[in-house]
Design a protein around this ligand. Structure first.
Ligand code: SIN
Length: 494
């Protein structure tokens, strides 16, 4: 299918992947109103999705609650088999899904394909983990007591997902929830709903029963209010900004829901004098410019030791300046657009603020000309630690370099943030790897690498970056309640 309304570039095989109906209890629901979905690379309208409100969100909770008893009663093996079929279906449709993802989110096709593979990997992982929701037997505190721990599904789960990873953040929540025996109401970002709806279609085709996955599209406030207030929802998993995470968490406390919060980061990327500079530069490019800098784990502050500062800056600027910008659907490129005008304005503000405080521009620094929300890959040196670039998450393709002299200074600068998601360090000194890593107040540390995300490891932060872990065997725990059984046993008859 080719949709000419946004530039004629979207060719996909599955026309229904661009249908904008939401999914409630196995029915596709259009609603009375719709909202446009824009291609950030062109500004053109890609399509429309249902704009649902409180009554539909409530209906989705009812559907999820109704589907729960049968779904949780299935064996873990059965649930795992269905997840495995979903994994296969995602792989079979990788090209169509990648094109939709690029069209609504803007990342280059190569990155979109990578994200679909990453999204599928969570489904495969949790298809296998479904069978490992082991309990425990604890030696009793008295001769007649048997102590057991069973693990049971939390129940109805609300999952609110962001626009920067429209596929992977969906499967990272839905796959463990389903594996554990929970049912879900998914609220995808209103900027990137088509990928989520396509994934839901594939899940149904793979055998996920009606009501087990419900997708509610529309404005976040009204839907979020229902999902956080309704006592039938027993858990909220949210990925997004710290500001919104705090609001949602406060609302969830009215009904004391379980929470997983993956919130904003402000990652320090530390390069020591003894680092392998080629590796550090490549790591910085991978971390900083992945998804045009729109990731929670991307390097936000590049702390570089004085001995390699100039060399690192020069090489990074050369690499950044050579990155090509483009509409991912039109051909190969290194960088896509930012998601919208608001995102561009924030990046501009951060660059202006840094320069006003004395930072020097090595490359980039402005919007790119033409349609779409493009910002040039940018490198600034001599950035003040007080600059907005260092204090806030920029969420754009701007590398701000801060100079440091000693290891202690680097750790102090790195920890000077309310955020605690990811940090990176580059050094060849094995003792320093341990010392510095242990001193960093972050949930994840990349050592001599700028890329750390994988379904195999626990993804998540500390401090104001949230709590809870996604992926790995720990990701399943987030959707399981622990139940302690204390059993009185009659002694053997004499
Ligand atoms: C995020 O930006 O929230 C997720 C990034 C990742 O999974 O690598």
């Amino acid at each position: 299918m080719t949709d000419a309304s946004f530039g004629g570039a979207l060719a996909i095989g599955r026309a229904d992947f661009l249908a904008g109906a939401a999914l409630i209890g196995g029915e596709w629901v259009d609603g009375e109103q719709s909202i446009p979905v824009v291609n950030p690379a062109t500004g053109g309208i890609l399509g429309h999705v249902a704009s649902l409100g409180p009554s539909h969100a409530g209906a989705a909770v009812t559907a999820a609650a109704a589907a729960l008893p049968a779904w949780r009663a299935r064996t873990a093996q059965e649930r795992g088999r269905i997840l495995r079929a979903w994994f296969d279906a995602i792989n079979d449709h990788q090209r169509d899904l990648s094109r939709i993802l690029t069209a609504e989110q803007g990342k280059p096709m190569r990155e979109a394909e990578g994200e679909i593979a990453y999204a599928a990997a969570y489904v495969e992982w949790f298809a296998e983990e479904a069978r490992r929701a082991y309990g425990e037997i604890i030696p009793g505190h008295a001769a007649n007591k048997r102590l057991l721990v069973a693990r049971q599904p939390v129940g109805v789960v609300a999952a609110i997902t962001p626009w920067n990873f429209p596929a992977a953040m969906v499967t990272r929540k839905l796959a463990p929830a389903l594996a554990a025996g929970c049912t879900v109401i998914l609220k995808p970002s209103e900027f990137t709903p088509f990928t989520a709806l396509a994934l839901a279609r594939l899940a149904r085709e793979a055998g996920v029963p009606d009501g087990v996955i419900n997708v509610v599209t529309g404005p976040p406030e009204a839907i979020g209010a229902v999902l956080t207030n309704d006592p039938r929802v027993r858990k909220l998993s949210f990925t997004g900004s710290t500001r919104v995470g705090k609001l949602l968490a406060a609302r969830c406390m009215e009904t004391v829901k379980r929470l997983s919060l993956e919130l904003g980061g402000n990652a320090p990327f530390i390069v020591f004098d003894d680092a392998d500079l080629d590796k550090a530069v490549e790591g910085a490019v991978a971390s900083k410019f992945r998804n045009s800098g729109q990731t929670c784990v991307c390097a936000n502050r590049l702390l570089v030791q004085s001995g390699v500062y100039e060399a690192f800056a020069e090489r990074l600027a050369a690499r950044a300046g050579a990155l090509t910008l483009g509409n991912g659907l039109a051909g190969a490129c290194d960088q896509g657009p930012l998601i919208n005008e608001q995102a561009l304005a924030k990046v501009e503000r951060h660059v202006e603020d840094a320069r006003a405080r004395g930072a020097r521009l090595l490359t980039g620094g402005t919007r790119a000309e033409g349609p779409g929300h493009f910002f040039q890959p940018t490198v600034l040196t001599e950035v003040s630690p007080d600059a907005l670039l260092c204090r806030e998450e920029t969420f754009g393709p701007v590398a701000g370099l801060v100079r440091f002299h000693t290891e202690r200074e680097a750790v102090t600068l790195a920890n000077n943030s309310a955020a605690g998601l990811a940090a990176y360090l580059f050094t060849r000194d094995a003792s320093r790897v341990w010392r510095v890593n242990e001193a960093l107040d972050y949930g994840m540390v990349g050592i001599n690498t700028g890329v750390l995300s994988t379904e195999l490891a626990p993804f998540g932060g500390i401090k104001e970056s949230g709590f809870g872990r996604e992926g790995s065997r720990h990701g399943l725990d987030e959707y399981l309640d622990m139940k302690f059984l204390c059993i009185d046993v009659e002694p053997l008859a004499a």
